[in-house]
Design a protein around this ligand. Structure first.
Ligand SMILES: *Cc1c(COP(=O)(O)O)cnc(C)c1O
Length: 374
């Protein structure tokens, strides 16, 4: 009995035949980048889809995060979450900013507003929260803190594309939101990302920053970077958008199957369903506790032996990487919830093309990890 390996995700792509006419047009025109027609069309389409006014495309979300901090002139210290992909904190180090880690809420796994407030010092200039797994942060509480201490807010919204919140547009929160269109994300342009901002001046500034700081042919005003998305990627993005609803509905079916099958398994906790927001079902994290017959790592290994590559996102915590451990806020005693969740979490495969047979194999293994009678 052999199966193809099942990874935690599989990039979704539109049919190649559909892309070819656009690729040919790009070839023939020789307009490959520098805000060409596809770039402009995708910025417009995304602004419509996200129901925001100002979108600036990037080559990836990490460069977009670095640029967002520059655009807002953030310096000193920034309060952020240890429970994220390492790019969140790396973007601070690239700007010579000190990350200050605050603990997370055990239900949403997002930054706990009280912990944010406790972490603020005279050097704090901004907060960088993450909508982890696409679950919206407590944006109201975070904005209150930001207003009280006059801080910028940059949301790392890399997980949140396609999330629709009832109580106001998630991407209109804070000063800037950063999206990732990496291959592994719900909406991908192979590599890619975007900044969503609130004013035309900010968009113009960001567009300069991602193009070396050029404001016209002969004028460079600051040390910008090359953060541009190219025309091929923008063309792919336009096609991806038309399949997004289908992709999300297949993800939703898989999410429901997992929940129905796992909610009664002792020792396995699924994430809560949040009534205020329609999920994008980007991830399917479960938390494995002591009531489960085997450890989280033993389940991870068992799945691997069966060709199923679940991932321990986010383990280790960013604050536990050797290069971050010297920051005082990285002390695990400061981050009890994040530390525990990182020991318990396992993200199960979820992607539109995950077939029913593979899904059932994963479910059976999680339901019965000892392979027999209990
Ligand atoms: C994927 C991801 C990033 C980085 O995105 P890239 O587009 O790969 O640079 C940043 N933050 C979080 C939370 C992510 O998941």
């Amino acid at each position: 009995m052999s199966h193809d390996p099942v990874y935690v995700t599989r990039p979704y792509l539109p049919p190649l035949d559909e892309l070819m006419p656009d690729f040919r047009e790009i070839w023939d025109s020789r307009v490959l980048t520098n805000s060409g027609p596809y770039h402009q069309a995708l910025e417009k389409a995304l602004a419509e889809y996200l129901e925001v006014e100002y979108v600036s495309l990037f080559c990836n979300a990490t460069i977009a995060l670095v640029t967002a901090l520059q655009a807002l002139k953030v310096s000193g210290e920034v309060v952020t979450t240890p429970y994220s992909f390492v790019a969140t904190s790396h973007s601070l180090l690239w700007n010579n900013i000190r990350p200050v880690f605050a603990d997370i809420n055990p239900v949403t796994l997002n930054l706990d507003p009280d912990a944010i407030e406790r972490a603020i010092t005279e050097h704090t200039t901004a907060i960088m929260p993450v909508h982890c797994y696409g679950v919206p942060c407590d944006t109201e509480a975070i904005q209150k803190i930001a207003d009280k201490y006059k801080l910028s807010v940059i949301y790392d919204a890399a997980h949140a594309f396609g999330v629709k919140r009832n109580s106001g547009n998630l991407f209109a929160e804070g000063d800037i939101s950063v999206l990732s269109f990496h291959a592994t994300k719900v909406f991908n342009t192979l590599e890619g990302g975007a900044i969503v901002c609130r004013t035309p001046e900010m968009k113009r500034h960001i567009d300069h920053l991602k193009n070396f700081g050029f404001v016209d042919e002969v004028t460079v005003v600051e040390a910008g970077i090359n953060g541009k998305m190219n025309e091929m990627q923008a063309a792919i993005g336009l096609h991806q958008l038309s399949y997004l609803d289908d992709a999300l509905s297949r993800r939703r079916i898989i999410d429901t199957r997992y929940r129905e099958a796992l909610h009664r398994v002792e020792g396995v906790n699924c994430m809560a369903v949040f009534k205020d927001a329609a999920s994008n079902y980007a991830y399917f994290p479960v938390l494995i506790n002591d009531a489960y017959p085997i450890s989280r790592d033993a389940l991870y290994a068992l799945l691997r032996e069966n060709g199923i590559f679940a991932r321990r996102y986010f383990f280790p915590l960013i604050s536990n990487f050797a290069m971050y451990q010297h920051f005082p806020s990285a002390d695990p005693a400061n981050l009890p919830v994040a530390s525990q969740v990182a020991r318990q979490v396992l993200c199960l495969p979820i992607y539109p093309e995950l077939n029913d047979e593979d899904l059932q194999r994963i479910i059976s293994l999680v339901q019965n990890p000892t392979g027999g009678n209990k």
